[in-house]
Design a protein around this ligand. Sequence first.
Ligand SMILES: *Cc1c(COP(=O)(O)O)cnc(C)c1O
Length: 390
Amino acid sequence: MSTTPFVKSERLQKLPPYLFAEIDKKKKAALAAGRDVINLGVGDPDRPTPPTIIKSLQHHVENPAFHQYALDQGAPELRQSIAKFCKARYGLDLDPNSEILPLIGSKEGIAHFPLAVLNPGDISLVPDPCYPVYRSSSMFAGADVYTMPLEPSHGFRPDLDSIPTDVFNRARLMFLNYPNNPTGGTADLPFFEKVVNLAKTHDLVIAQDAAYNEMYFENPAPSILQIPGAKDVAVEFHSLSKTFNMTGWRVGFAIGGAPQIAALGQVKANCDSGIFTAIQFAGKTALDEYETITPPIRALYKERRDAFLSSLKKIGWNATAPEATFYVWIPCPAGYTSTELCGRLLDEADVVTTPGLGFGRTADGYIRAALTVETPRLIEAVERIGKLKL
Ligand SMILES: *Cc1c(COP(=O)(O)O)cnc(C)c1O
């Protein structure tokens, strides 16, 4: 018997190449060699989940009713708490039964949403740079991706007026992500209003990724659903991961119009069987307590941001202070591509950063630093970089 070598699907073969392989290899080698590596590469909070949330899980995990399959539409108690949170934080009136859907992390919902919206041959409008899932999930749904560059001159917002009419005619979905990973750019209500109007004109669905909405420094980030009528066209994805130091727990939620939320629920009902109910109740505790839990987390990142930015300034590097997110988007010194620069920072300073190219073709002139190590280590990282002859 002959065995034919496995060939993966065309859909996987079409995905953009994994650009972090080289950096990953170097990082592993540096760690294996016992070098003192400072890792500013990963967008994952370094601090543990707050004790109140852990205690809530410990309590609820004892409940035998929670050991069985969870409800596909999420626990009603969690949906109630999400509704209360969205009312208190954004002034939104959401029906917990039809306009809220808990997710196994927002990534899961973002990855499944295009299957609920797009037909093969539709266009999906995707920002560049971006969280890579927008592009891959659009491609999995058979859509063509149209890239919307995020330029600093536009405040890292897409230039909506530059999108050609024939693109709009075929476009069905637009991804947005504010506050933005990796650029740290933010959106305001007038921008969201423009987006909602555009969506109504061109019969578009907006998927706004609000994973960093609670990680702001001066002005609380808005929800796109604050725009009157936005529910007709927009779904917003929220995450407990970064907000509450809960990346490993896998809980987030989608909010928006009932038909779009139901469509996402239909995809999910065919893929997963809900979130472990004890985790949903721990998530409920997090949201119920957000006014006490989140201010110290924001204060910590603000302190780190300010220390990191002033250290960068001392070595003559100019980066803009992000108004939200725990990322600093740093322009490469003249003559460097992002991969070359990240390579040198790792080889010669033992500092891991992420090359902009990994987030999109337009971002090769930037690297991303995540503020996910303690302040003294952030300062040390910059001091090491300052000693290099770049
Ligand atoms: C981290 C991140 C997510 C994923 O969050 P989960 O809720 O943990 O799945 C989504 N979008 C962006 C932009 C992120 O950086």
